[in-house]
Design a protein around this ligand. Structure first.
Ligand code: G6P
Length: 610
């Protein structure tokens, strides 16, 4: 995904910009560029296809000195990856801009600007913004007001940073649906998509809010909200302890990663949603073309990623009405399969390097599937390189072997993909808006579940001396039960099995007694009444039940039934939220048992061999 860096300083900013870009490389990109304003009142611009290192070489050969500058790593949406399409984009010789996000009405604006005499050198939506700002600038020669007027005409999700050679002492930035943070220095100020980009120069940050517009000078930062009112945004200090490679205040990486979920789920949505719909282009330049006429989706994955795929199947069939099959990669690759026409092949993988998943993808390509889509967490991984379309999760590095934040961000990305696919298959605008609104509530709901951590830790004591456990779920919560059981077995070594609750009578009920705790997830959906009957079946056999229930589901604590109330959640987004208490349960049981939580015996984080 695109990354932005900018600086206003008393020193040359080239080095700061290049280092910032290097630190944003993890986001994934295809080209990089920068522009600075030099003392002679000129814009120095450099752009290169490929790595930041190539840009650094270009700048070394032709220096771009200047005390004010903007820089960018581009991940193509409108127009192929190329030097011409790389940012910064300019209008004339004096205005330069970098942009992260998607402008939905760019075609209409482009047509209009063309009629007015502006010519375009790239295929990007960004160049439209550059000309639009320049047009307003010509009216009253004030960059801040020109940016404000221009963004009033833009629809979509974006973050911008703009400089003008006629106003060489500042830069103007805005945030509307894509992230942007201001780094506060001493006698200098910075901006970036992510605070990690600026850690070499400052540890004090102001996070812009949606709709904010800011004017960044050497010694002051003025921020205005969407209505144009001046606002203060709190300065927070970056805690180095929270760096990816450090456990910080947490006892284990797994716990840290569980707690990161509200932030990384939000990051996975960021720049990809408006208030009412998914921005299809944000899923990739080719998304529209590849999602059209998809008649079948074949999902392939392993482990936790496979469970994410199982949840997605419920969504894809319910919302898009497209048949969907899910299979573990190691099975798929060794059997003959019938390929339905217009099948989209969807691989899910945290690492992007799982041997079976890659082998299945390569086979599928030979067998002639329509297109390959990847949901992945590691930019530049083999899976990313070999797929036609990629939706990156923004979980950041996941160190704990038992996957947690990768799973919930995979679900988030899969729901975004499902909505985009569903739009091609008759999903109503109202329904899409309803789900988008529900999705935006998820980070807060996950945070509410994390607040139950202490209670879940107490509950976990009942599992320490047990050898077996059963997890039950219905509908899209069945894969959540599978994932909960996987977490418990991986890190506590307690045998845990998951069943669709309706299958109870067909076998597992024979195992139920007081030594077999039964864990259930009970969201408030149309299957909850049936689930309650299943719970009675367990109770009647002396089984002890641990139920994580939507507070509106009407499940009450009784003898033999422990109920933990979860915030009320939309049935579609419930699998994301209900996963979290099961992660915490597994974690606390493992801690009580004294196992190696982050590196459980016999398991590996990335399975790159068969
Ligand atoms: C290993 C890991 C799991 C992961 C699975 C698939 O088993 O321990 O956490 O779910 O591989 O990995 P992937 O990187 O393809 O998601």
């Amino acid at each position: 995904m695109c990354g932005i860096v900018g600086a206003v300083s008393q020193r040359d900013v080239e080095g700061i910009l290049l280092e910032g870009l290097r630190r944003l490389e993890y986001r994934g990109y295809d080209s990089a560029g920068l522009a600075t304003l030099d003392s002679s009142g000129q814009v120095n611009r450099a752009r290169e296809l490929g790595k930041v290192a190539a840009l650094a070489d270009a700048v070394a050969a032709h220096p771009a000195p200047g005390h004010v500058g903007i820089a960018h790593t581009r991940w193509a949406t409108h127009g192929e990856p190329s030097r011409i399409n790389a940012h910064p984009h300019m209008s004339g010789e004096r205005l330069a801009i970098v942009h992260n996000g998607i402008i939905e009405n760019y075609q209409a604006l482009r047509d209009q600007l063309r009629e007015e005499g502006y010519s375009f050198t790239s295929q990007t939506d960004t160049e439209v913004i550059a000309h639009l700002i320049e047009k307003h600038y010509q009216e009253d020669r004030n960059l801040f007001r020109a940016v404000k007027a221009a963004i009033g005409q833009l629809r979509g999700a974006f973050a911008l940073a703009v400089v003008h050679a006629d106003e060489p002492d500042h830069l103007v930035v805005c945030r509307e649906g894509s992230p942007l943070v201001i780094g506060v220095g001493i006698g200098e100020n910075f901006i970036a998509s992510d605070q990690l980009a600026l850690l070499p120069v400052t540890d004090r940050f102001m996070f812009l809010e949606e709709g904010d517009l800011a004017d960044i000078h050497l010694d002051r930062v003025a921020i205005f909200d969407r209505e144009g009112a001046p606002v203060e945004r709190e300065i927070t200090r970056f805690e180095h302890g929270h760096d990816a490679a450090d456990k910080g205040e947490y006892r284990h990486y797994m716990l840290k990663e569980i707690y990161e979920q509200p932030a990384v789920i939000k990051a996975t949505m960021e720049g990809r949603l408006t208030d009412s719909h998914v921005l299809e282009q944000a899923l990739g330049t080719e998304a529209g073309k590849l999602l059209e006429n998809v008649r079948h989706v074949q999902i392939i994955a392993c482990g936790t990623s496979y469970h994410a795929g199982m949840v997605a199947r419920y969504w894809i069939e319910e919302l898009a009405g497209v048949p969907c099959s899910v299979e573990v990669a190691s099975e798929f690759r060794y059997r003959k399969h019938v390929i339905q026409p217009d099948t989209l092949f969807l691989c899910i993988s945290q690492s992007g390097e799982t041997a079976d998943t890659l082998a299945a993808l390569r086979q599928a390509k030979k067998a002639g599937f329509r297109a390959a889509l990847a949901i992945c967490n590691v930019p530049g991984s083999s899976l990313v390189r070999e797929s036609d379309l990629v939706v990156m999760t923004q979980a950041g590095p996941e160190i704990g072997v038992a996957s947690t934040k990768a799973f919930t961000t995979q679900l988030t990305a899969l729901l975004l993909f499902t909505l985009a696919l569903a739009r091609h298959n008759g999903l109503s605008e109202e329904k899409e808006t309803e789900i988008v609104q529900a999705l935006k509530l998820v980070p807060g709901q996950v945070a509410d579940v994390l607040a139950l951590d202490g209670d879940i830790a107490e509950l976990s004591e009942a599992f320490v001396d047990k050898h077996h456990s059963l997890f039950l779920g219905r509908g899209s919560q069945f894969p959540v039960a599978l994932e909960g059981a996987l977490k418990l077995k991986e890190i506590s070594y307690i045998h845990a099995e998951a069943y669709p609750a309706g299958e109870l009578k067909h076998g597992p009920l024979a195992l139920v007694d007081s030594e077999m705790p039964v864990v259930t997830v009970a969201p408030n959906n149309d299957l909850v009444e049936k689930l309650k009957s299943n719970l009675e079946e367990v109770r009647a056999r002396g089984g002890e039940l641990f139920v994580f229930a939507d507070r509106d589901a009407g499940v009450t604590a009784e003898d033999g039934i422990h109920v933990m109330q979860i915030p009320s959640v939309h049935p579609i987004t419930a699998p994301i939220v209900f996963t979290v208490p099961l992660q915490l349960l597994a974690y606390h049981v493992a801690v009580l048992k004294g196992t190696d939580v982050d590196q459980p015996r016999n398991l590996a984080k990335s399975v790159t061999v068969e």
